[in-house]
Design a binder for this molecule. Structure first.
Ligand code: C5P
Length: 243
């Protein structure tokens, strides 16, 4: 029986009140959605895999001095995190053309980009998360210019780390999405990485076979999503026990 106070429920995760002030529990659900919730399925085991993969990545990032909200994993579906004030911007980093970039600019999927590109989307389901510019973000006060600099520096560091991590296990990091938050410590505030990093918010292609090992398997009705996520976990050396 779950008696903790629910703070927020999103499409793939729930946040509960944490054991101490300033902490929350992030719970990974098995729900998969696409098209802003237009398509929805429960995929057994997805939450467990994402919890483990995200734990692995956030732990490494913390060790490298890249600040995140992650404290530790609690169980198969939950992790303890620091409470942050989420900045209402989704930051997408792209190395290879795929998804909405191809639609928007008529590029062929798989085209190597001349350099990594950062894009921003305003988090608003009713508006379908529209793409916005740095000008919008600072003019409307969603983040200050300094915060935006910190967010972009964080995004670049995460991209460098993840590109190398996945390359080492035969996977190409095509693109990914991050969210950032403000962490308040006494009088201090700093920007930290929040949310999750998993095959739900990265595009991961097998370098040899070009197989998709990410949520595009669901978006494009390719099937085999859990097998693909398990493959990512296994290549990273993560042992995933049964739920
Ligand atoms: O759809 P699009 O090509 O813009 O997605 C870019 C990257 O951001 C993909 O890795 C996708 O999984 C991720 N993304 C996400 N959540 C969204 C939109 C995109 O995780 N709401």
């Amino acid at each position: 029986m779950n008696r903790r106070r629910k703070i927020y429920e999103g499409k793939a995760k729930v946040l509960y009140e944490g054991p101490e002030p300033g902490t929350l529990i992030q719970h990974f659900k098995d729900d998969a959605t696409a098209g802003n919730g237009a398509k929805h399925e429960i995929i057994d085991g997805k939450g467990v895999l994402n919890n483990r993969i995200s734990e692995f990545i956030f732990t490494r990032l913390n060790t490298l001095g890249i600040p995140t909200h992650f404290v530790r994993r609690i169980n198969m579906r939950e992790q303890l995190i620091r409470e942050v004030e989420i900045i209402p911007i989704e930051v997408v980093v792209r190395n290879v053309a795929a998804g909405s970039l191809c639609k928007r600019l008529g590029l062929e999927s798989g085209t190597q980009l001349p350099r990594s590109i950062i894009e921003f989307y305003y988090k608003d389901d009713a508006l379908n998360d529209p793409m916005v510019s740095e000008e919008h973000i600072t003019a409307f006060g969603w983040a200050t210019p300094q915060e935006l600099d910190d967010i972009m520096a964080l995004a670049v560091r995460v991209n460098d780390f993840l590109t190398g991590l996945f390359m080492g296990v035969g996977i190409q990091l095509v693109d990914f999405k991050i969210e950032c938050g403000r962490l308040f410590e006494g009088d201090m505030m700093r920007i930290v990485l929040a949310d999750e990093l998993s095959p739900d918010n990265c595009r991961l292609w097998d370098i040899k076979t070009r197989n998709k090992l990410d949520k595009d398997r669901f978006r494009e009705d390719l099937g085999g999503l859990v097998d693909a996520y398990r493959e990512v976990a296994q290549r990273l050396g993560i042992l995933v026990e049964a739920d």
